[in-house]
Design a protein around this ligand. Structure first.
Ligand code: LCS
Length: 399
């Protein structure tokens, strides 16, 4: 494969594992916990790093190495790694980047368990944590401390689809804190829509459970960045701190999912655009948040920062009380009530009582995560069928 191959070619071909004498098209699953050494001397050489080669699956495995190299290529990063969940990726990276006494500055709208890990977890180990609205660069600047070591945010944010200007935050962070890391959770956008490393971020994190795998059958996490830092995350953060290793079978499924990432995400975006417009025009809908709509407060940033489309997630609020809003959700047929996102099936959930139930009412208010917001992860079904389901159930509660 040529070095300058396009995205689609790379999502299929990067990281090919050669097995002399067999040459299978698909990479077999290396379902093994450990690897044989031909002698004690070879074992010692592998452990000391004198000789390359596999040792033990927590330290490396061909299926995991393949998807790590592939995602690094798709994100235009030097190196990548995979972990047993998105939370495993976040904890591994943060426990590598931060020490007691350091300060973490993060956006206030985060996936609920990330919020909980930062505010209840890291603070127990002497890390100072401040959450501010990263849309407001003056607020970010004012919150910087001499010990700020990590700037962390999602964009678009879960669940309220706030957009953070990656380039502007990275510039501000690096100018004011030269040794701090800018870490972006790119789960909602995927590298097909947005490449934070090209915009100045140091590390990109994914819940690979979502679009990267795309089929709702795997829990996984990934991270990419500079080779030195990813090696430290791998050989200290993952190996010694979290042990959040990904299984070879899960890595195989992610490799398979990645082969169709661009066409899946494109269809999620096309469907979401149609559905967002439908919702915006329905009298029972009070507000629709979707980066592709002109009504999104940062639509211009979305056009600049996200390529090919605006993602598959729509957040909306209805013109009714919580009880009728729940009635609407409960009556849906095609749309399934479930957390997670980025799957072939359209999923709907209520963030305030589900994915973001870790937030206090005050923190929800600060992060502008409305108690009545519904989050729709638009699937790959026919957009007209999803719209029909939403329309029938909206009309039913309107009466
Ligand atoms: N980052 C983001 C932006 C997420 O949405 C999630 C999970 C994670 C990290 C953690 O990844 P995991 O450990 O689950 O692989 N988000 C979920 C959600 O919104 N619904 O269910 C899970």
């Amino acid at each position: 494969m040529e070095k300058n191959s396009g995205f689609a070619t790379r999502q299929i071909h990067v990281g090919k594992v050669d097995i002399p004498g067999i040459a299978p098209l698909a990479t077999p699953i290396f379902q093994t916990s450990t690897f044989e050494f031909d002698s004690t001397a070879q074992g010692a050489r592998r452990f000391s790093g004198e000789e390359n080669g596999y040792i033990y699956t927590r330290l490396g495995n061909p299926n995991i190495a393949k998807i790590s190299e592939k995602l690094a290529s798709l994100e235009n990063a030097e190196a990548g790694m995979a972990m047993g969940s998105g939370m495993g990726a976040i904890t591994t990276v943060m426990w590598t980047a931060l020490h007691a006494g350091d300060h973490l500055l993060a956006d206030d709208a985060l996936y609920g368990c990330t919020f909980s890990y930062f505010t209840h977890g890291l603070t127990r180990y002497g890390v100072e944590v401040t959450l501010v609205n990263f849309e407001d660069l003056d607020a970010v600047k004012a919150a910087i401390r001499p010990n700020t070591k990590v700037f962390y945010f999602e964009t678009p944010t879960n669940p309220n689809l706030k957009l953070i200007d990656i380039e502007a935050v990275a510039k501000l962070a690096h100018e004011n804190c030269p040794d701090a890391k800018v870490i972006v959770d790119n789960t909602f956008a995927t590298p097909y829509l947005q490449k934070p490393i090209e915009l100045g971020a140091d590390v990109v994190i994914h819940s690979a459970t979502k679009y990267l795998n795309g089929h709702g059958d795997v829990i996984a996490g990934m991270a990419v960045g500079k080779a030195d830092f990813i090696t430290e995350c791998s050989m200290f953060g993952l190996k010694d701190m979290t042990g959040a290793v990904l299984g070879p079978f899960e890595a195989y499924l992610i490799d398979r999912g990645l082969k169709t990432l661009d066409i899946r995400v494109q269809k999620h975006c096309d469907n979401a655009m149609k559905i967002a417009r439908f919702l915006e025009g329905h009298p029972m809908v009070k507000r629709v948040i979707y980066p592709g709509l002109e009504s999104h407060p940062r639509h211009e940033l979305a056009k600049r920062q996200m390529k090919n489309g605006f993602g598959g997630i729509i957040t909306f609020e209805l013109n009714c009380d919580r009880e009728r809003s729940a009635e609407f959700v409960n009556s849906l047929n095609l749309c399934t009530i479930a957390v997670s996102l980025g799957d072939a099936e359209t999923l709907i959930e209520h963030p305030a009582t589900m994915t973001h139930s870790t937030y206090t009412p005050e923190a929800l208010e600060q992060a502008k995560i409305g108690e009545s917001m519904l989050r729709l992860s638009v699937g790959l079904e026919d957009a007209d069928d999803i719209i029909r389901d939403l329309d029938e159930c909206l009309n039913r509660i309107e009466k």
